[in-house]
Design a protein around this ligand. Structure first.
Ligand SMILES: NC(=O)c1ccc[n+]([C@@H]2O[C@H](COP(=O)([O-])OP(=O)(O)OC[C@H]3O[C@@H](n4cnc5c(N)ncnc54)[C@H](OP(=O)(O)O)[C@@H]3O)[C@@H](O)[C@H]2O)c1
Length: 267
């Protein structure tokens, strides 16, 4: 058996036009899978698919579905369409997510709920509507992109919603693993440390401004605190994402892995 071969498999990646999701989409296709990416902006999805085709030369490997992962009827319809058009979709990656940062004293409940909805409820919805097709196939892999912030809170203000959402995502991963395991479906999550993706750019600028330093200096300081002495790039997480979608992890479920340069070892 080739433990990392995805030939013949169909995958859908929510948030697949994003900084991390797009790299995962590319890697899965290079491992042999047909890959759909899904999120809200058609413009970003179309551009990402065009890039992915050009980068890999794999003209038939990619497609997209416009779908808000918090909109249950839309996810249900996308699950039906993707399974009809691609064949059984047995790999689901939840790489969608948002972050809203306010000190607790100023955190509007609506903002808090929006983060929980985008980062946690969306995972229940995608699992609920894609798992029945995996159950039919007697095989499935659900890969949730969590964060070290599900396990370690930040010292500074601003992360009440994000950390709570990632902690909840970790527990939802375990519950889904317990409930879906009897149908041959594994559910795992991995938690990156901060990476340089569009989601983080504004936050890096904010933190650097607060400290009165440049973004580069801020990133160097962050790196100096890690065992591996460098910041993560999204590519550092792609091997873990492949492992969790591939036969290599078929007996692993309900687990949280941390491609984080060692932060959780010392955090
Ligand atoms: N970047 C980091 O430092 C970091 C660190 C730890 C964990 N993570 C996690 O990694 C995952 C990917 O983040 P990223 O860094 O790649 O961020 P990103 O570049 O901002 O990508 C996030 C993607 O999620 C999509 N999205 C947001 N809300 C959605 C919804 N309701 N339905 C469908 N798609 C939605 C966005 O597309 P649309 O806006 O078009 O919908 C976007 O493509 C997230 O779960 C994030 O929490 C990131």
């Amino acid at each position: 058996m080739n433990f990392f071969d995805l030939t013949g498999k169909n995958a859908i990646i929510f948030g697949g036009a994003g900084g991390l999701g797009k790299l995962i989409a590319r890697e899965y296709a290079l491992a042999g899978a047909k890959v759909a990416i899904a999120s809200r902006s058609e413009e970003k999805l179309a551009a990402a698919v065009a890039d992915l085709k050009a980068e890999t030369g794999l003209e038939d490997a990619f497609r997209y579905y416009v779908c808000d992962a918090t909109d249950e009827p839309a996810v249900e319809a996308t699950a039906k369409k993707a399974n009809e058009e691609m064949g059984p979709v047995t790999i689901l990656v939840n790489s969608q997510g948002i972050n809203k940062k306010f000190p607790v004293f100023e955190f509007a409940v609506e903002d808090f709920n929006n983060v929980m909805n985008a980062n946690v409820t969306s995972i229940l919805i995608t699992a609920k509507h894609f798992a029945p097709y995996m159950k039919e196939a007697h095989y499935g892999k659900i890969v949730n992109v969590s964060s070290v912030r599900g396990r370690i809170a930040t010292k500074g203000p601003g992360n009440a919603a994000y950390c709570s959402s990632k902690g909840a995502e970790d527990m939802l991963t375990k519950v889904l693993a317990a409930e879906l395991g009897p149908y041959g479906i594994t559910v795992n999550a991995f938690g990156p440390n901060i990476m340089k993706t569009p989601m983080m750019n504004k936050i890096f600028e904010m933190r650097a401004n607060e400290a009165g330093i440049t973004v580069e200096e801020y990133l160097d300081r962050q790196a100096a605190n890690l065992p591996l002495r460098r910041m993560s790039d999204p590519i550092d997480c792609v091997g873990t994402a492949l492992f969790l979608a591939a036969p290599a992890s078929d007996f692993l479920t309900g687990n949280l892995l941390y491609p984080d340069g060692g932060l959780t070892a010392i955090g």
